[in-house]
Write a protein that binds this ligand. Structure first.
Ligand SMILES: Cc1ncc(COP(=O)(O)O)c(C=O)c1O
Length: 448
């Protein structure tokens, strides 16, 4: 997992099988593979998880935005079982039907123009592939990313990740040719403006970067999370009208200078924001779209999409992956995507998202510790602040623990672990949402 979230870990009453299993886990697993909760999961169904002692939890973490159709959806399980009995693996030795069908489906749902796909296994790996591709096709060395971003754990992904310095410390020197500009995070405006009262001054950071540090014709890619994930669930530039807003200007800037616009949709993709991809909210297509997590209901799959004429410049053998596009993962992905379509889950994500945010707005009237409620669809973040408006990770940690005590799993995010995120499966029911909101309200009262 990408966050260590150590402060969210709750020491629970550990006297059953769970405790014994945890000791065994810790005896042989690298501590860096820490888990947010001291729970040994035994089974999952829909929005619920059970531990090895039979305790049930309402899981509004979706395995960090992966289980978009819930735990062990029967349609995914059955597609995977069928595929396993037929063909498990061929690697780059032969192609197979599931990858062909999946690529066709992805071309259908991706933002317009993105009709060719490269597949591998994890988000960070896909980021590396996308940036190698951008460098290769533009023949330019430099990359621009955003402060607060999280793009993964490979060395190149680490070099463009600034969500927390913890992710970088100890790995320097990181790959070079990387520049950063501030994310358009209106609640904490990087140039000190008030939301609604600005002229997108933050955008000039890019122009200043070109003037002082790096010539635009040497930049291969600008990479952005269209909704900042680990950095705090921030929807960009909400304080400025969408028309000709930040994202449109970014698209124009990239076109003007022949720079690849790369969207990291690893966390925001596959319906999480109430649209297939976050890019759809701005009605624009990046040149490269990186995807993982929600694509295959937990089977290791990731990759990126680009226009075919661009992808065709990446000649055979220039990049690859032994397991990428594995038939079983492809079958899981196809089944998951079909469920999102057939069960109208984009609409459900929008509806349930509104239900959560409207209740949060009522709570905000009572609790001044709620600084901001933000998000799209079911990618919702609630920022907690202290009496001076500063990020309050301490209160938030207590809140996560209070939810856990009441059997609701929620994760934090943000540079100070001060944002709580709601990311239930896209097919969560109204009753489950209400159950979570009830628990959250009780937990909130308990920590005040
Ligand atoms: C936006 C984003 N990009 C990339 C990654 C890395 O993905 P993975 O952990 O599959 O390597 C993550 C993981 O949280 C992410 O949220």
């Amino acid at each position: 997992m990408q966050t260590t979230n150590v402060n969210a870990t709750m020491v629970m009453q550990q006297d059953g099988k769970n405790a014994e299993m945890l000791d065994r886990y810790k005896a042989h697993i690298a501590p860096t593979n820490s888990r947010a909760f001291d729970i040994v999961a035994h089974r999952g169904h829909g929005s619920y998880l059970w531990d090895v002692d039979g305790e049930r939890y309402l899981d509004f973490t979706s395995g960090i935005a992966v289980n978009n159709v819930g735990h062990c959806h029967p349609a995914v399980v059955s597609a995977v079982k069928k595929q396993i009995e037929q063909l498990i693996h061929t690697s780059m030795v032969t192609c197979h039907m599931p990858i062909i069908e999946l690529a066709e489906k992805l071309a259908e749902i991706a933002p317009p123009g993105l009709d060719s796909v490269f597949l591998n296994n994890s988000g960070g790996e896909a980021i590396d592939a996308a940036l190698k591709f951008a460098r290769f096709t533009t023949k330019r060395p430099n990359i621009i990313s955003f402060t607060g971003a999280f793009h993964g754990r490979t060395l190149l992904a680490t070099a463009i990740t600034t969500a927390k310095s913890l992710y970088r410390e100890g790995y320097e020197p990181l790959p070079s040719g990387i520049y950063q500009v501030p994310y358009p995070y209106c609640h904490r405006c990087p140039v000190g403006k008030q939301p609604g009262g600005c002229q997108l001054e933050c955008f000039s950071a890019l122009e200043l970067l070109f003037k002082h540090q790096v010539k635009p014709h040497t930049v291969a890619a600008i990479i952005m999370e269209p909704v900042l994930g680990e950095g705090g669930y921030v929807v960009p530039a909400t304080g400025y009208p969408v028309e000709n807003g930040y994202m449109q200007r970014l698209r124009q800037l990239c076109d003007e200078h022949g720079i690849m616009l790369v969207f990291d949709e690893v966390q925001s993709g596959f319906g999480r924001t109430g649209q297939w991809f976050a890019a759809n909210h701005w009605d624009l297509s990046p040149d490269i779209m990186v995807m993982a997590k929600g694509i295959a209901s937990g089977f290791p799959m990731a990759g990126f999409m680009a226009r075919k004429e661009l992808m065709d410049k990446w000649s055979p053998g220039r990049h690859g992956s032994t397991y990428g596009g594995n038939p079983v993962a492809c079958a899981a992905a196809l089944a998951s995507i079909k469920l999102i379509e057939q069960e109208n889950l984009l609409e459900n994500a929008r509806k349930m998202g509104e239900r959560i945010t409207s209740r949060m707005h009522l709570l905000k009237e009572r609790y001044s510790s709620i600084g901001e409620i933000r998000g799209l669809g079911l990618m919702i973040g609630i920022e907690f602040v202290d009496e001076n408006g500063k990020p309050d990770g301490v209160r938030l940690s207590a809140l996560v623990d209070a939810c856990l005590e009441r059997k609701l799993l929620l994760l934090d995010c943000g540079s100070s672990d001060h944002v709580i995120r709601f990311l239930p499966p896209l097919n969560c029911s109204q009753n489950e949402v209400d159950e979570a909101l009830e628990i959250f309200e009780q937990a909130l009262a308990a920590v005040h």
